[in-house]
Ligand binder design. Sequence first.
Ligand SMILES: [Ca+2]
Ligand SMILES: [Ca+2]
Length: 449
Amino acid sequence: MPYQPKSYLSGLIIGLGLIVTALGARAQTIYLDPAVEYVTTGIGTEFVMELKVDEDITSMRSFTYYVDFDASKLDTVEVTEGPLLPSSGGTTYFFKYIVGDTSLQLEGMVLGAGIDVAGPGVLATIRIKTLDTGYVNMAVAQHRIRDVNANLIESTAEGAEIYIDIPPDEFNLISPIGGQTVRGFPGEEFPLTWNRSSSMYPADDVKYRLVYARDTNFTLDVVTVNDLTDTVRTVQVDDLIESMYYWQVTAISTLYGFERRSTPAYDSINFMYGLTEPTGFDLISPADAGEVDIYGHDYITFNWETSTSDIPGDTISYIFYLGPDPGVPTGAEIVDTVKHLSEIEISSSLLTCGEWRYWTVNAVNKYDLNTWAGSTRSAIFYSNCDLDHNGELDITDLQLLIDYQFLTLTAPFPEIVANCDCFGEVDISDIQRLVDNQFLTLTPIPVCD
Ligand SMILES: [Ca+2]
Ligand SMILES: [Ca+2]
């Protein structure tokens, strides 16, 4: 029973410190029952409302009741007189009009002097058919109730509200909002959040459908998540690529399936991976302070551990630096780049022999973030038996070799350069090998492993 009788304060009198309140008579009310009609079966649904008066109406001879009506949404299938006025035993007139598609006007009267009726009771039965969906407020425009003497009775009137297939309440997307750039690292997640919506229908819950995709038609890499009861959904960074994404949320009535799209209807996210440097790595070979024989080798291979990127789709390039300064890359005389591969071949002809050289590697990703190798290494390059490092075997090398073994005992640098036969210690055999190469059989010096 939606109608509730009301007490109201009819007056407030204040005088000489005396406060007197006077309660007026209880409301005498004419009203529609039900006061709220929930229609969930759409256009063509028929339902019945009754126009009633309450028990506080003690003498009624006639009534007039004009209520707002929306003829674009409602049609009166049938309006019939209720039993209350005829219960007087007198002849009654009953009128019904729809005026200008906007006002339903009902009037009734008991004819004959001295005849009246008392509430409660039904004055009219109105069968209504829905023509459209939406909300209709049947607000009272005018009403009059007259008593047995045809005097106006002070009374109140109440209309009705009709809800026809009303979707859940409007609600907003909260965040991210407005094309905001969202950065995330692999393994992370971030939330999409929106406001709560609700259904105005009793016992009806709302669930949400989240859809996101890489285009505004929601077809490209589209992801749909149904039956969400919470107003937040986390998205896994690993499921995304660097792209614009568009997301929308629809609130859905669980009992009736009515749907309400979010405000705005969709929003965008500029998703980018968090930018991180390549992972740490170290050099592998040659060993630190390595003595590297270039004789017989067109290229010398330098290699290092692989550095990786946490950013999907990223690529790593390595920049190799070699030079005379222990603080290389300062003063680097060889700078070369390889992509992906964690090693590089440097032409032996570019390597300076007999002097310390230093090398290191810098890993650079495609976002220009870089990580240096964990160390810098030194190396001494030489060509077997070329003791003076002038690039050829000659009499000077022989002199230095003889000096080292028999005269000044001055060791060449590195000392291993003098081990011309690649065997054992530096000794007479190495001199013999070089003499043989220079003056006798001219047999090439062996390539040491
Ligand atoms: Ca030489
Ligand atoms: Ca030897």
